[in-house]
Ligand binder design. Sequence first.
Ligand SMILES: [Fe+2]
Ligand SMILES: [Fe+2]
Length: 224
Amino acid sequence: MATRTRTRASTRTTSSKRSPPSKRGVSGEANRNPSRDDSAFSWGKNGGGALFGAALAGAAFGLAANFGRKLLTQGMSAASGDWDEVLATEHDMTMAIFDKMLATDSTQTFKRKMLLMKLTHALDKHAHEEEMVVYPALREANEAHDADLLEGEHGYVKTFIYELNQIGTDAPNWLEKVREFRALVHKHAHMEEEEVFPRFKQSLSEEQNAKITSLVNRDGFWQA
Ligand SMILES: [Fe+2]
Ligand SMILES: [Fe+2]
């Protein structure tokens, strides 16, 4: 990729039987025998239970779909190799979103909003993996200076996202702000990929390296 300096193999249902409000009350339907309750939450013959079942099935399907999406998303990253390669691939994906943002004009406000949401999610997931796994591991290996510097820059990443949300997608300086933001992320990613991560990886045993890869993949799965 052009931005990198090295190559990497890289429903409430309304019952028709419902009485008007004036006919309802203590002696009305509200006081009926609970055994005749046609609540959507009962398992009666009127299908209310079926409604509840359908809601449960819907929720289960939603959860399964979300799980599948997570598997697909993180599976794509995990397939690319060790933790440093997963993170470098995410850097590339982030830069590609920046490039799409820079190719928009001020009339494309919806597209800009969608891309900014996508960028925010990608950066959140990525930062979480680094801040919950890699940077702590760096500190454990007496690399606290670099870990603190890099984590501090993540704060400015969030500041750019805040500012872009504040100025609005039709602001005259939107592209300029995105360009500055991209430059910061590029410099940050370059330092990680070319200096900090290779040096740190070199100091790791095969077992330690595999453990960090597993932890990054697990964190990324839940953030996906
Ligand atoms: Fe980072
Ligand atoms: Fe990174």
